[in-house]
Design a protein around this ligand. Structure first.
Ligand code: KG4
Ligand code: ZN
Length: 342
């Protein structure tokens, strides 16, 4: 895609437990972004409570959109198109954002673009803050590792909006494994940040947790690892030993990071990728970022911390590339789009 037309996109994201809105110019320059997190509410339940999430979105969506417009000093008249996450995600949560976006589209006549949440995560690496220096954009062919709470997969991107899925998880997603292991170690939700924190003072070599060997080397499996941590915990408890939480967390985190890093580098070599992109909530993990940033073979794009977990800026960025390539889904968009998209 060359000579892309200029456009401002206002996007809405409500696929899980964050109510978010953002405005992006030309797919990359972030003008304003608001994220109302429900994390504290769901932490009481030890995970996302879908019905509570939908109700919170209903309360937050209008203030979040208004705040984003105020922050940007723009009105809806200054926007060229609207984008909204249409899936995957919690149905009751998605519908709040989709109905808000449809209402805005009907009221303003602006085109409406349905964006796949996973594509949104991938496009978070194109974003920079408006007014700051413009970083180089990712170059194709690009090996994209997507690691979120619901998905773990490797996609080869040969161009904008063009994905070849090489492998994905056969059971738990990486973020889900962090959340489940945190729970069994008695650490608070969400598990990723808790495990990362506990790992800081832990010995990652103390426990030799397994790395799954699979027929397709680009598939992932984390349930065996999770079970290995469970057995270790049960064994220690049976012998009335105090749980070495920090060492267990660090050894678990090291196993996940090791698998994600090695598979991505191997795939990048095999498929002739020029660069690597890491996206999704787990890309906020410090150990994962460090291992990718310390290798010198490939340039690696990892979003700023604030763009790793769910936000609307990434939906606006992906929405822009969909918009300029003529993919406008309008009011009739389906809730659960297929993935990878073409
Ligand atoms: O992308 P995301 O915000 O939501 C989904 O699309 O699923 O990802 C959320 C996931 C959770 O499982 C959370 O535990 C994990 O990302 N996560 C992390 C970290 N921060 C968030 N995992 C490991 N280390 C982190 N620092
Ligand atoms: Zn996400």
């Amino acid at each position: 895609m060359s000579d892309l037309k200029p456009a401002r996109i206002l996007a809405i994201e409500t696929s899980c437990d964050e109510t978010a809105c953002a405005i992006i110019e030309n797919g990359r320059a972030l003008l304003a972004s608001t994220v109302a997190s429900q994390m504290d509410i769901h932490a009481r339940y030890g995970g996302v409570f879908p019905e509570v999430a939908s109700r919170q979105h209903v309360l937050s969506i209008i203030p979040v959109v208004e705040q984003t417009l105020v922050q940007s000093n723009l009105t809806l008249k200054d926007v060229d198109a609207l984008a909204v996450t249409r899936g995957p995600g919690l149905a009751g949560s998605l519908v709040v954002g989709m109905n808000m976006a449809k209402g805005l589209a009907l009221g303003t006549g602006l085109p409406l673009i349905g964006v796949n949440h996973l594509e949104g995560h991938i496009y978070s690496s194109w974003i920079y803050n408006a007014g700051e220096s413009v970083p180089a954009e990712p170059k194709f062919p690009l090996m994209a590792l997507l690691v979120s709470g619901g998905h773990t997969e490797l996609n080869l991107m040969t161009d904008h909006l063009t994905y070849q899925r090489l492998g994905s998880t056969l059971d738990d997603a990486a973020g889900e494994a962090f959340d489940k292991v945190a729970r069994l170690l008695g650490l608070p939700f969400p598990g990723g940040p808790s495990i990362q924190k506990a790992s800081e003072n832990g010995n990652a070599k103390r426990f030799k947790f397994p790395r799954a060997r699979l027929d397709n080397p680009y598939d992932f499996s984390f349930s065996g690892l999770k079970t290995a941590v469970l057995y270790e915990v049960q064994e220690l408890k049976k012998n009335s030993k105090p749980l070495p939480i920090e060492d267990l967390a660090a050894s678990f985190q090291a196993a996940v990071v090791d698998v994600l890093f090695n598979k991505t580098i191997k795939a990048a070599h095999e498929f002739g990728a020029k660069e690597i992109l890491v996206a999704g909530g787990v890309s906020a993990n410090r150990a994962l970022r460090e291992v990718f940033q310390s290798q010198k073979e490939f340039k690696v794009h990892i979003p700023a911390f604030s763009l790793c977990t769910d936000n609307a800026a990434m939906i606006a960025a992906a929405g822009y590339y969909r918009f300029v390539s003529g993919h406008v889904s309008g009011l009739e968009m389906d809730v659960q789009p297929t993935w990878p998209l073409s």
